[in-house]
Write a protein that binds this ligand. Structure first.
Ligand code: PA5
Length: 475
């Protein structure tokens, strides 16, 4: 592990911070802004919720501390196989894909797949995360299968999209390299003791990594689900876990005002109760664009629930929306500025982009363009963020910022952990189970029934007997 991850001064310098000034009345006005007392009123509930979280200790909380052997194994395998493959393909969906994409976008070169120099001997990464036939066929067309490894990821080991992709690929790879050489082209990541994928992995003698049973898909980015593809593409996975461990330390306290995950959960909860039911995540860092996508799933599947823990129908859950600065200033911000008062905007900002790009000076006589010369793109993007933040605040719009000193493994690991714990806390405040997903399951079960999977006959009947669609309503 890199020494700096353990150096206190470096860690403090890299600590991500939560700026909630613009959630409060003194900055955005009394009509929509909170008072400190509003937050204080949650203190007792948060303390109880904290106890509950510790009692149940969701699996994701252990990950930064419990994986040293597995991390070593992953790093060794990735290094051993470096140079063997041109392409690394993740076959997985939802929680078995979004974290992989988020890490790749955040930590590797933006044009990694096209830039051999930036790849430095590591393979290109593809994560189709869908079963659209056009896209999947096209992907297979561009891959040299002899130089490709597929990481099949499914916790349940039976998800229709992932297993279909696997079956298609298995046939294609066998045709290309022969039945006896399949082993070099598949790595399986699944549950150790349930599902069909583990059975297949054993039968085929594929290299296998396991997903801990107590870690759900959307909380699994820091298990082998995310770590294997990251390590194979040159990402320092020890740094990710060191960052997560650091944030776990910061968030150990039950004190609302000292724990960023709890404070943010509290604010989001209060905002929801006040009718701000849309939660926009808007990074002003292109590298965090897919983190917002990962977060969208985390928030939606964890918090969108029909029943509370006592069985009452609550139909609760803030709707997460992803946006991107500065791009969406030219698409969404008009709505955020003047539309209904139903949103909280969470900006993500990075203090040091790692590169600086100067804007050259031209056309001195055309002032409307020449004023840009001598500034940098860095100044432009951060000024746009600050300007949008101020304009929203002036109009009484709730907004806050998560500040990353830099975008690197250590800060991203912190961010993952912070957002996961925040999700667990707001789930407690809503009194719902943030770790199940009954709504997703129902759709899956209809699909299984229709396609003829054993055990889903009843769902098949329900589907086949669904009411006819009126032709009058399809125009
Ligand atoms: O968060 C979740 O549980 C889901 O989004 C799953 O990750 C997704 O449905 C894929 O499931 P599996 O990994 O079992 O194939």
């Amino acid at each position: 592990m890199e020494k700096r991850y353990m150096e206190q001064s470096w860690r403090e310098q890299m600590r991500i911070r939560l700026d909630v000034n613009n959630m409060f009345a003194e900055n955005i006005g009394k009509e929509h802004g909170f008072l400190k007392e509003d937050i204080d009123s949650l203190e007792k509930r948060v303390e109880e919720a904290h106890e509950n979280i510790l009692k149940n200790r969701p699996g994701f909380m252990e990950l930064p501390f419990s994986q040293s052997d597995i991390v070593k194994e992953i790093i060794e395998l990735a290094e051993k196989r470096k140079g063997k493959y041109d392409n690394f393909v993740v076959l997985g969906i939802g929680g078995s894909a979004l974290g992989n994409i988020a890490m790749q976008t955040a930590l590797n070169d933006p044009y990694y797949n096209y830039n051999e120099k930036a790849r430095n001997g590591y393979p290109r990464l593809f994560v189709p995360d869908n079963v659209d036939p056009v896209r999947f066929k096209s992907l297979l067309n561009i891959l040299d299968l002899k130089r490709t490894v597929f990481n099949v990821i499914s916790k349940s080991g039976g998800t229709a999209e992932t297993m279909s992709q696997y079956l298609i690929v298995r046939k294609a790879v066998a045709e290309e390299v022969g039945e006896d050489n399949l082993k070099d082209h598949f790595i399986i990541t699944t549950s150790q003791d349930s599902g069909y994928l583990i059975e297949i992995a054993r039968r085929e003698a594929f290299k296998t990594f396991y997903i801990p049973n107590n870690v759900g898909g959307r909380f699994s980015v820091l298990t082998p689900v995310g770590l294997v593809s990251a390590a194979f593409c040159g990402i320092d996975i020890e740094g990710l876990l060191a960052g997560a461990a650091y944030m776990a330390g910061i968030c150990e306290t039950a004190e609302l005002w000292k724990n960023p995950a709890y404070l943010n959960a509290g604010l989001m909860y209060l905002a929801y109760e006040e009718g701000k039911r849309l939660s926009v995540m808007m990074p002003y860092v292109h590298g965090l664009k897919d983190l917002a996508d990962w977060y969208r799933q985390l928030w939606a599947e964890s918090l969108g629930k029909e029943l509370d823990r006592d069985g009452n129908i609550v139909n609760v859950g803030p709707t997460p929306i992803k946006a991107l600065g500065a791009t969406d200033q030219h698409s969404q911000v008009q709505l955020y500025m003047e539309g209904a008062y139903d949103k909280v905007i969470t900006f993500l900002e990075v203090e040091d982009y790692g590169v600086e790009m100067e804007i050259p000076e031209f056309y001195e006589d055309i002032q409307g363009v020449s004023y840009l010369g001598g500034h940098t793109l860095n100044e432009l993007i951060i000024t746009e963020k600050r300007a949008t933040e101020l304009a929203l605040s002036m109009r009484g719009r709730l907004n806050e910022t998560i500040i990353l000193p830099e975008l690197n493994e250590f800060t991203l690991g912190q961010l993952f952990y912070l957002l996961e714990l925040q999700t667990a806390m707001i789930g407690e405040l809503f009194n719902i189970d943030a770790f199940n997903q009954p709504g997703v399951e129902l759709g899956k079960h209809y699909t299984y029934g229709v396609l003829g999977r054993e055990g889903y006959q009843e769902k098949r009947e329900e589907y086949l007997n669904r009411p006819e669609k009126s032709k009058d309503l399809i125009i």
